[in-house]
Design a protein around this ligand. Structure first.
Ligand code: NAP
Length: 363
């Protein structure tokens, strides 16, 4: 038996929910769920492929397993990794068939044996890895977090992954300090826009870079101090100009490809380069003489393993982000909302770089 953490909605503080130890890899795939009464709708991946290969089906409702709860899903955040997991190209490969969807918000419908500290009807969110593009989901109780007061379901379903990853990256991996300069690539995307907002709250001077002026105007609204359009402008010379030749202290890179090396070459002495992801589809090969010459660090960021391995720090990250949300410091941007049946459209928006902030599906 272990204790999972829940954010308490009334007191905005952490309390413990009792549950049986479970890890990401023990997530229950669709094909072994226990079924309950009635039917529910789910978006299902039956074969690896692009968003168009997903199907929407009515399947039997779920029954709560030991130390699990059934959540009636009110909203599901859509994330870049959802576009990879359905193609069998993500770090985790669920057994087929399964439902994608890494983070959900909803209402507790049923409690499994041994669950305490949570009631039917509670408003909750959870980061589950997959299974969320569905009207119901079975979640290990130690992954359940109460939704803070004042946060709606859509926002709750789109909050933890991007803000959590960017916060963990900037604060714990790069140790970003007040007054330092932060360069964010793909700055209008999910990870990028969260990094822009969080960088400003942490007191950094934020340089946002993105592929279009429209995207950059969103970054400006979210507090960016300087803007670079990397489709039309000379990236490195502008950074050199902005920083008086000193380079930036921290780079947040969720894009990869050619931009990574250019950004790394734009770091200053003791710079920290955060490897967040490869939305461009290309993993950069940075020459190792560069970190030597700059006394700088290449720092990996892996959110889902972090929350599995460092539970105390994860709880702290959630607490801090919730506090900032309640104080009105964070304004999560949900730019599009689709019905569950249109999951393929939502995923294609991400693939085709049409998204600012986040997209949410509603059953
Ligand atoms: N390290 C972790 O633990 C962790 C956690 C969550 C996500 N990630 C990864 O971080 C990356 C970004 O995630 P996100 O949620 O921010 O995604 P997103 O909202 O889709 O943003 C990605 C940005 O990358 C840029 N981009 C460049 N080439 C692209 C392409 N070929 N396809 C799509 N986007 C492209 C786009 O900005 P421009 O058009 O402005 O270039 C886009 O806004 C992904 O690789 C994801 O898997 C990592």
């Amino acid at each position: 038996m272990s204790y999972g953490r829940c954010l308490d909605s009334k007191f905005n503080a952490l309390h413990l929910c009792r549950g049986v130890e479970s890890s990401w890899k023990q997530e229950i795939p669709l094909n072994v769920w226990e079924y309950g009464e009635g039917n529910m709708k789910a978006v299902i991946c039956k074969q690896w492929g692009p968003p168009e290969s997903l199907v929407v089906e009515n399947i039997p409702s779920l029954k709560a397993d030991k130390a699990h709860v059934i959540v009636k899903v009110k909203a599901c955040g859509v994330n870049f990794p959802d576009t990879l997991i359905i193609q069998g190209e993500y770090q985790y490969k669920p057994d087929l068939p399964f439902s994608p969807g890494a983070e959900i918000a909803g209402v507790i419908k049923e409690l499994g044996q041994g669950v305490s500290g949570i009631e039917v009807g509670d408003r909750v969110l959870a980061f589950i890895g997959w299974g969320g593009f569905s009207e119901e989901v079975s979640v290990p109780v130690d992954k359940i977090i109460h939704i803070p007061e004042g946060m709606d379901f859509k926002t709750a379903s789109a909050f933890v992954m991007t803000y959590g990853t960017s916060y963990y990256a900037l604060k714990h991996r790069a140790q970003l300090k007040f007054g330092e300069t932060l360069l964010v690539l793909g700055a209008a995307g999910g990870i990028g826009l969260a990094a822009v907002e969080l960088g400003k709250i942490m007191g950094a001077r934020v340089i946002a870079s993105a592929s279009s002026d429209d995207k950059l105007s969103v970054c400006k609204e979210y507090g960016a101090d300087e803007l670079i359009n990397y489709s039309t402008q000379n990236f490195r010379s502008i950074i050199s100009e902005i920083t008086n030749g000193q380079g930036v202290d921290v780079v947040c890179d969720p894009v990869g490809g050619d931009l990574s090396e250019q950004a790394f070459r734009s770091t200053g002495w003791k710079g920290r380069f955060l490897v967040m992801g490869f939305a461009s589809g290309e993993i950069s090969r940075i020459p190792l003489n560069l970190p030597l010459l700059k006394g700088s660090s290449i720092v990996g960021v892996f959110w889902s393993d972090f929350i599995r391995r460092e539970k105390e720090t994860y709880a702290y990250v959630l607490q801090e982000l919730t506090r900032w949300y309640v104080q009105g410091k964070l304004k999560p941007l949900i730019s599009r909302i689709y019905p569950l049946e249109q999951a393929a459209l939502a995923l294609n928006d991400i693939v085709q770089r049409r998204v600012t902030g986040k997209i949410v599906l509603v059953p």
